[in-house]
Write a protein of this length. Structure first.
Lengths: 456, 427
């Protein structure tokens, strides 16, 4: 493959050219209610050529990899149409490397029937949990992505990116009231990741039943404590996206808004994106432009300290590439993305955080989050009211929303332990979803958060 | 055809088989932050096989159209312990006529798309030069072949074309983001009108209008109607009905919405994104009323779910999802709807739709682009506002439906809808 890719690259007349080819094998199985709903497998082979001419990008994506020279020519043609100025693209020492994934139990060697029987057991646990359980949805999915990357700087990287996960959902029903309990586990490792999750199935079923009798949270402003799974979503949604430089690099006003050195939170606030932490879902040795991943401080001691870059945004802003150019697959160009994003641990215990809260919400886990520049919203899977310093009743429909700049300032306590729950799901941006990311962190307390819901 | 060869291969071991092959070529041009940024072409192929062996289903997919043996073998492997089949592949049937191919899309060049992008950008820039503009245009041409072991086979060719423009306006820490786009299977799109619509949305948002928390009337623009529709998309999905997770399960024939409200699944609208002669299982497309004059009429089914539920496929395979949704026009001009609102909210776009428990009808969303209405006039954009409610409750409290349906994207045709009361939480 290396020879073919390098030969095609040598035919390019662009200033910079890269080829990424991916072979993905995947399989899935899904139970809905008592029956298996879907089982199957797929094989995908495809690639992308990206070329840079006078600051303009041209690309070609394809499934037919037999004629790479033609694809290079197509990408160069498009780039010439676009390019009108000087190219800026950060220099990186070209790497030649070959990465082999360490799976443990290789899911490619496990039969579809065994994959099916593992989730069948989880499914049975849910359906037998309680007579208010209406139905279930338990899905298994794996993919093994082999990536060949070569660019005109001389880099050549072969990478293996496994991903395996199970999503467990229980639906409870009482009359018109329908509630869901959801648990997921995923990792870039082997089959062992999704074995032995009987307890998760029970937890999901139990929550679906409990939420049936939980009232919706009353809308309003509260002191909110978020658990590690949710603080990961918060770091990602509320702030992380703003630190992606493609929102900033050609936007003078945004640059002013996000100028390094600006105070965004109190001294206790540190937010980090780190694609090099071993074993997390957002982890890679190199990004999709051949740049080594690393630990990047976004906020340090409350001050805006850095941002996430591709080679283009780094060059245009006069900063260093950070290893954050990621593509979801061969049909997509790499864009600036997060890896594993978290708020760094602080000094408080959970007890410290809750004891002086008269009326608040303890929000746990997530069912989603979305952001549009400075506005964000994210949903907890469930929550508890905090009354007079103590955890009180279970509540549902807890949606947190706000303006990131105000909300970061309102973080006043951070707990002393970081957790990385191995949850599934991923991030969407620019039509590329879901990209595996790591979401974790400590417990975080935020003052004056708008919690959506109906007012009473 | 390749698909017949695959059917033949599969039928050596299977009792039923279905094969789909698709190929497409597309071209896109995009402008980011006032500049032409990238152009490219995408070539793709894909082949899917579904087999029934001993009444069990297995499926498999590949992008390698030469891997005929592999893709069949993997589908057969999956079927050995697959899900039980509750249907038989349908025999030859003639689908209704609908336009899905436009010759005029094929010759569109990248240069022409660049010109379209430039013109849209110039229009927005002429309105305010300090707005950062992103635009784009794209087209694609696709072919597909379908065959099953019961003798149903068809080929189709379809085109698509789309344009979009958005503007970003930053003042201090306030970031306004608004835009408009449209895409369908036809070349004919007035890109200048798309840009003018984006400008109108930006103009109305220049001023920020404070709003107080409370229950108030809410008008959803055609785009905004999506907030109400998510629950219906899920609730009328035959699969969710069969599994009992839909709150409208068992309610056919019952009144579930205001009598002015009617919504139809319609895959036979010429050039709409969800249109075509047949669904993905070779079943002829049909028009299916979901709610008629407030009364729940039909759910959407694919073959397997219909088999399980003792219903008939409505041509919504695979997956029982809608094709194009059409909401019946009412009798209130949009202007009048706004004029008759003393204090309320006009909602165009939201964040966080689908989070939480959407199938129950509950929504609790951040208003990404919405406007305050005061004494019958739009006075400015709202900020940091949550809108909450339940679709099924809201549909019973419809105050007015607009008299003119508009496309919101390429697969929803709807007028604006005014709900008498929804909960608004402001900072």
């Amino acid at each position: 493959m290396r020879e073919r890719m390098e030969k095609a690259l040598s035919s390019s007349d662009a200033e910079y050219t890269e080829i990424r080819i991916e072979n993905v094998t995947s399989s899935w199985a899904n139970f809905r209610g008592e029956d298996l709903d879907n089982i199957g497998s797929s094989r995908t082979l495809g690639g992308i050529v990206r070329a840079l001419v006078k600051g303009g990008w041209g690309y070609a994506t394809f499934n037919d990899i037999s004629d790479l020279e033609t694809r290079v020519r197509e990408a160069c043609e498009s780039a010439r149409l676009v390019g009108k100025e000087e190219s800026k693209f950060a220099e990186v020492e070209p790497v030649v490397d070959e990465i082999t994934a360490h799976l443990g139990k290789d899911f490619r060697e496990i039969s579809l029937s065994e994959k099916k029987s593992v989730i069948e057991e989880y499914n049975k646990i849910i359906l037998g949990y309680h007579d208010k359980i209406e139905t279930s949805n338990v899905g298994y999915g794996d993919s093994f992505r082999k990536v060949w990357y070569a660019n005109s700087d001389g880099a050549y990287i072969e990478d293996e990116r496994p991903d395996v996960g199970v999503a467990i959902s229980a639906t409870g029903r009482q009359g018109d009231n329908v509630q869901r309990g959801f648990e997921s586990v995923a990792g870039s490792a082997g089959f062992q990741v999704i074995e032995g999750l009987q307890e998760k199935a029970e937890v999901a079923a139990g929550r679906a039943v409990d939420l049936l009798s939980a009232p919706p949270v009353t809308g309003g402003k509260y002191t909110v404590i978020i658990n590690p799974r949710l603080s990961g979503v918060f770091a990602h949604e509320a702030f992380g996206h703003l630190s992606e430089s493609d929102f900033v690099y050609e936007n003078e006003r945004m640059k002013k808004l996000m100028v390094l050195g600006k105070r965004l939170g109190s001294d206790i606030l540190n937010i980090i994106d780190d694609g090099s932490i071993r074993g997390l879902r957002g982890t890679h040795m190199y990004d999709d432009e051949g740049v080594k991943t690393r630990k990047n401080y976004l906020i340090k001691d409350g001050i805006l300290a850095g941002r996430l870059h591709s080679r283009e945004t780094a060059a245009k802003m006069g900063e260093q590439p950070t290893g954050n150019a990621r593509a979801i697959g061969y049909q997509h160009r790499p864009i600036v993305r997060m890896t594993n994003t978290y708020i760094d641990k602080g000094a408080a215990t959970f007890e410290d955080m809750i004891k002086d809260v008269k009326l608040g919400v303890y929000a746990l886990d997530m069912v989603g989050g979305q952001t549009s520049m400075e506005m964000f919203t994210f949903s907890a899977a469930y929550g508890y009211m905090i009354r007079d310093g103590k955890i009180a009743e279970l509540v549902r429909d807890v949606v947190l929303t706000g303006n990131v700049f105000e909300t970061l300032m309102h973080i006043d306590m951070v707990s002393d332990t970081i957790e990385w729950p191995p949850v599934g799901g991923g991030c969407g941006k620019g039509g590329q979803s879901p990209l595996p990311v790591g979401l974790g962190g400590p417990c975080v307390r935020i003052q004056n958060v708008v919690v959506g819901g109906r007012q009473q | 055809m390749i698909v017949n060869r695959l059917i033949e291969k599969a039928m050596r071991k299977a009792q039923g088989a279905q094969v789909t092959l698709g190929q497409s070529e597309s071209t896109n041009v995009s402008f980011e932050d006032d500049k032409l940024k990238s152009a490219g072409v995408a070539q793709s192929t894909g082949m899917s096989v579904k087999v029934i062996v001993d009444s069990k289903i297995g499926s498999s997919h590949t992008t390698d159209i030469d891997d005929v043996d592999g893709v069949v073998a993997r589908a057969l492997e999956a079927a050995a312990f697959g899900s039980p089949a509750h249907f038989e592949f349908p025999g030859p049937q003639q689908g209704p006529d609908v336009e899905i191919y436009d010759d005029a899309v094929v010759p569109v060049t990248k240069e022409e798309m660049v010109r379209i992008g430039e013109e849209m950008m110039a229009l927005v820039k002429a309105y305010r030069s300090d707005i950062l503009v992103s635009t784009g245009a794209g087209k694609s041409v696709s072919q597909s072949q379908f065959a099953n072991s019961a003798g149903m086979e068809h080929t189709s060719e379809t085109t698509s074309f789309g344009v979009g423009v958005s503007g970003q306006w930053i003042r201090g820490t306030d970031i306004l983001l608004a835009g408009h786009g449209f895409g369908w299977k036809k070349r004919e799109i007035d890109h200048a009108a798309i840009a003018r619509k984006a400008i109108e949305l930006l103009k109305m948002a220049e001023k920020i209008a404070p709003i107080k928390s409370g229950d108030m009337p809410v008008i959803f623009t055609p785009e905004g109607v999506n907030v109400l529709l998510l629950a219906l998309r899920l609730g009328f999905n035959g699969k969710n009905v069969f599994f009992g997770s839909s709150p409208v399960a068992g309610k056919l024939g019952e009144k579930i919405a205001d009598e002015t409200f009617s919504i139809t699944d319609n895959p036979l609208l010429d050039y709409a994104n969800g249109s075509g002669k047949y669904d993905g299982e070779g079943v002829p497309h049909q028009v299916t009323p979901l709610i008629e004059d407030g009364v729940a009429r039909n759910f959407l089914y694919d073959l397997d779910t219909a088999g399980r539920a003792g219903a008939k496929s409505t041509g919504n395979g695979m997956g029982c999802g809608p094709t194009n949704l059409v909401i019946k026009e009412g009798d209130t001009p949009y202007e009048e709807m706004v004029k008759n609102t003393r204090e309320g909210l006009l909602v165009h776009n939201v964040l966080g739709l689908g989070q939480g428990n959407p199938i129950s009808g509950e929504f609790s969303v951040n208003v990404q682009l919405g406007y305050k209405i005061e004494n019958g006039e739009v006075v400015g954009r709202v900020k940091d506002v949550m809108l909450a409610g339940n679709t099924y409750d809201a549909l019973k409290e419809i105050a007015a439906i607009g008299d003119k349906a508009e496309w919101a994207g390429g697969s929803l045709l709807t007028p604006a809808i005014k709900i008498a009361r929804l909960s608004v939480v402001a900072k």
